[in-house]
Design a protein around this ligand. Sequence first.
Ligand SMILES: [Zn+2]
Length: 148
Amino acid sequence: MQSFAGVAVGSCHKIEGIFYDAITIKHPAPGYLIMKNEQKEKFKHHITDKIQRLKKDIISYKELTRPISPDNAIGRISRMEAINSKSINEEALRKVENTLVKLAHALKIIDDEDFGICIACDAPIPFARLMILPETNLCVACAEKLTG
Ligand SMILES: [Zn+2]
């Protein structure tokens, strides 16, 4: 993983260098490979793995967000705690479901020629960033601008 990430970052810098030299090119020319094929395959596996893990997470979160019974047996305080952790788990469930939608989308568009291009500035998103945040469609600079 370590050496793989190193290789990925190195090649992305080079690609970005070429891209910024040709600053007048709005979109990479057709066939311009942002991601090498072997990177793309690794990326597909990575997303598929992540989707599998998130699906398992969703099952456990759903288990944790089942309606709390108004059972007198659990007492008022533990009932409050149960409601509290239920809403935390509901929030987590929403986030996971949201990520899952984005990941499924990324997997669908991975073979498109503008996949891996920042939607805000058209620069290629570094491969290392895509591996960490496969659902992203923004480069680091634009993500920072947008989130303040
Ligand atoms: Zn950008």
